[in-house]
Design a binder for this molecule. Sequence first.
Ligand SMILES: *[C@@H]1O[C@H](CO)[C@@H](O)[C@H](O)[C@H]1NC(C)=O
Ligand SMILES: *[C@@H]1O[C@H](CO)[C@@H](O)[C@H](O)[C@H]1NC(C)=O
Ligand SMILES: *[C@@H]1O[C@H](CO)[C@@H](O)[C@H](O)[C@H]1NC(C)=O
Length: 363
Amino acid sequence: LLCLSVNVIILVLLAVAFLIIVQRNLLNLSDFLHTEKPDEGVILPFESELSPDLNSVRTGEEIPVLITAAEDRLGAVVAAMNSVYRNSKANVVFTIVTLNETVTHLKAWLSNTRLNRVKYKIVIFKPELLNGKISKDPHTPEAAKPLTFARFYLPAYIPEAEKAIYLDDDVIVQGDIQELYETNLKPGHAAAFSDDCDSASAKGIVRGAGNQNNYIGFLDFKKEAIKKLGMRATTCSFNPGVFIANLTEWKNQNISQQLEHWMELNTQEDLYAKTLAESVTTPPLLIVFYKRHSSIDPMWHVRHLGAGSRYSSQFVKAAKLLHWNGHYKPWGRGSSFTDVWDKWFIPDPTGKFHPVRRHTGDS
Ligand SMILES: *[C@@H]1O[C@H](CO)[C@@H](O)[C@H](O)[C@H]1NC(C)=O
Ligand SMILES: *[C@@H]1O[C@H](CO)[C@@H](O)[C@H](O)[C@H]1NC(C)=O
Ligand SMILES: *[C@@H]1O[C@H](CO)[C@@H](O)[C@H](O)[C@H]1NC(C)=O
């Protein structure tokens, strides 16, 4: 008898609960039907919960970031931008330099994904700019990748800024970009780079990489034009894949014109080291910024992830910025730490770009 009455009580409670739920839903439904005006574009509550910053447009000091977008690696620029944006609350404004034929694809990717709140402007790069300054042979890396020279013209692309950041597309930012932006530039310095012999990145240098951490790895010191500069061949080089620039100094010192001068001279006198592979933008920068640049915190430019570096996963986790310079890119085959990159990648809504990934079942 006791059992029975307990059961009855439970049943009654359930029935009451059921009625309450039904009634609330009916009320909600009638509320909803009452307020819904389709032509006013009602935003349903669950949608605004999914995007909590729906109405928060970032304000405050702008942090200008220049990045390039090459058609065959658009996935890279998207992942890099996403990592910068998600790890900072700062008012980041990207300037994306690209070729005319890439604009439509790039815009589709930025506006049809969760990147649609990111502030950016797209600037078209004119390859004619490089006429007479790079080799005409289309098989050379420089001719194949004109966008890589966009960094030489930073003040032309961001004329209103006093200070700006340049990022290669094969990076992932894990720290707050504001911190990098606040890197102190010494008076008279137009840029800050990170040296190739600093302790953090030296860990990642792979045996057999040769002299690619000093000037002699990039410039031919037997050439008269280089000798005349009186630079020490063993000076530590720097990696121009990440830098902060004082654009006032850049303009005052005519840095862009100086860089063009060395590019032109190289086409006539072949001044770069023979061993130089991908880093065609490095030699002129090494000359122009010889002993005239500030430094970046080494954790803000952890390099060689694309060169088989053997960093521990704890070290990679602690890094503020990861750079896959080297042959193996995180969207391609054989790269290390692709899982880190995958976290920031956003699939291409047009379906053209696919990271190369081993599918489960393959071996
Ligand atoms: C840029 O591309 C658009 C279409 O993608 C084309 O109509 C236009 O002529 C191109 N402009 C130049 C300068 O090539
Ligand atoms: C940039 O350089 C100019 C000229 O030397 C200097 O007045 C200014 O304070 C510098 N700005 C920054 C942000 O370092
Ligand atoms: C930069 O160029 C301008 C005009 O071409 C020239 O007047 C000025 O002296 C140059 N400055 C430097 C530091 O080379």
